[in-house]
Design a binder for this molecule. Structure first.
Ligand code: ADP
Ligand code: ADP
Length: 224
């Protein structure tokens, strides 16, 4: 089965009004298990809209999203939310960590919500922090971490519940170039280690070149 299949997605904002914006005009994309796809798009091209639809946070006007062979189109919201929480990991440009909790706790909490025992959740969180090279920072709150460290924690949190699909929107876009390079390497080794399928949006063509293949979002459609 494909991890992600997007078929003929269309999406407009303000449909039928003078200020209508046609963002997606027939977007299709297949992502195989373990495949890492770079999504390259100029600002405003609709990359966030596309990632939100692929990750079940938004619905298309037409077309379909299937994750691991299950078509999401006609599922009730409740079911779709449950599948999103257990199957999809998100990473944004900004970390969105909970400020009052430690790095470790930020990775543990989503696992507890998913029914994992506290002991198993902590072990997994520590193993993930170790993989991205910041196990020593486990007890620090986000404000005590550098930007690069905060993003590494956000990566661990996104993978805490072992999703099949990772969606990342400019995951290193907020970091200076040197840090961005290193943090991106940490992300790629996490992804390769877990065998995840991923769609990673980036403006950075050098980073895009390190992924398995690139697609470009242009004029509402994807080009190889
Ligand atoms: P990107 O992530 O590539 O910058 P977005 O998906 O955020 O692009 O937005 C694509 C286009 O849709 C932009 O022109 C943006 O202004 C517009 N847009 C995004 N969200 C909304 C919304 N909720 N209402 C109206 N227009 C929107
Ligand atoms: P719901 O209550 O609809 O089941 P969540 O509580 O998981 O959804 O998320 C509420 C909203 O927060 C989502 O609709 C989405 O816009 C945003 N969101 C979901 N996951 C994340 C995340 N990992 N990071 C930042 N924002 C998120």
């Amino acid at each position: 089965d494909l991890t992600l299949r997007l078929t003929g997605l269309t999406k407009s904002y303000n449909s039928g009004k003078p200020n209508e914006v046609k963002v997606l005009q027939g977007v299709s994309l297949d992502v195989k298990p373990g495949e890492v796809v770079a999504l390259v798009a100029p600002s405003g091209a609709g990359k966030s809209t596309l990632l939100h639809i692929a990750g079940l946070l938004d619905t298309p006007d037409a077309g379909s999203v299937a994750i691991e062979g299950t078509d999401m189109t006609n599922l009730p919201d409740r079911k779709r939310t449950a599948i999103r929480r257990s199957t999809v990991g998100f990473i944004y440009q900004f970390h969105h960590l909970l400020p009052e909790f430690s790095a470790l706790e930020n990775i543990v909490l989503p696992q507890l919500a998913n029914g994992v025992s506290a002991k198993a959740a902590e072990e997994r969180a520590m193993a993930l922090l170790d993989k991205v090279g910041i196990a020593a920072r486990a007890g620090h709150r986000p404000a005590a971490l550098s930007g690069g460290e905060q993003q590494r924690v956000a990566f661990c949190r996104a993978l805490a519940n072992e999703p099949a699909l990772l969606l990342a929107d400019e995951p290193t876009g907020n970091l200076d170039p040197d840090t961005s390079d290193k943090v991106f390497d940490a992300l790629m080794s996490l992804v390769r280690d877990t065998g995840l399928a991923a769609v990673i949006a980036t403006h950075n063509l050098e980073l895009a070149g390190r992924m398995d293949r690139q697609v470009r979002l242009n004029g509402g459609v994807l080009e190889a």
